[in-house]
Design a protein around this ligand. Sequence first.
Ligand code: GLY
Length: 377
Amino acid sequence: MTGPVDVGIVGGGVVGLACAWRLAQRGLSVTVVDPSPGEGASHAAAGMLAPVTEAHYGEEPLLALNLESARRWPAFAAELEEEGGDVGYRDEGTLAVALDDDDLRALDELRRFQESLGLGVERLRARACRAAEPCLSPRVRGGVLVAGDHQVDSRLVVRALLAAAGRSGATIRRERVTGVVAEAGRVAGLRTDAGALHCATVVVAAGCWSAGIGGVPPEVLPPVRPVKGQILRLRFDPAVPPLTSTVRGLAAGRSVYLVPRARGELVVGATVEERGFDTTVTAEAVHDLLAAAIALVPEVGQLELVETTAGLRPGTPDNAPALGATDIAGLAVATGHHRNGVLLAPVTADAIVSLVTDGAVPPLATAFDPRRFARCT
Ligand code: GLY
């Protein structure tokens, strides 16, 4: 066994790397183990920081955590840019639009739900939507402006986190974890395909693969499942962007989002599919996403389609993250972030730092204890 290190982190996506950076900043010795850091869900992610437009019926307990993490993002981004490079933070807000009358009814219903939760939303008439985004189709019937929903470029975030974590002293081992090593109910380290690592604490941040880590009884880890998302990347001339802010839309009942990056990339997503560990990109999904995007912003039809990707979000039974300690001493979990992994990275990293350094997650995170699923069975 090599090491010892204070913390071994299984998984080098945005969540695992954010934890590594923050822990290393506290002076802890940290090793992240991942055969290809940033190539999982973080690679597919659109990078929307969208607690309001991602607020779903029945997920109200998650909202406070999402809002708090969104509040922390500007400072997190500024510090990360300083230590690791550009993350493409943009704060123009998000415009949600509706294409036809049924779409507008659904959008209005969602707006009333958002208003009932005290969220900052503003109803816009069709003309005001087009004044804000002139490339919107004249068919758009109206919309809702959400000034507080922002975006980052998730691939830049991964790159910056790798650099910042490294500068703070964290190590990345490009190896595959084959199991946790536990002795007498306490973590001793990690086994990998290239050896072993002695760690005082292990944090499992392996996205939808978190439940399958060996070496501990399966019920110790939360039941995380893969939720497939197909997503597209198109290219535009940065001098003439088709959109100036993130646009989400309903187009004849189809939901789509369009996220413009300053460097000329338009991200169009995403499907939400329960298909296990399948990452096939299908013609139908590409067709449906493009059809909805073009219906809302006709100019999208002229852009170059440069990438199609299928990523796997980590979903738990209640679609909220699993964040905190497990029944094995020294084994912690930071996974299950589902549609909000990038958004929740700052608050997750802070919670894991509290757990490792003070022995408990902060009050905001206690509702997301990973052991809540075992208690239900
Ligand atoms: N948060 C966007 C998505 O999961 O597709």
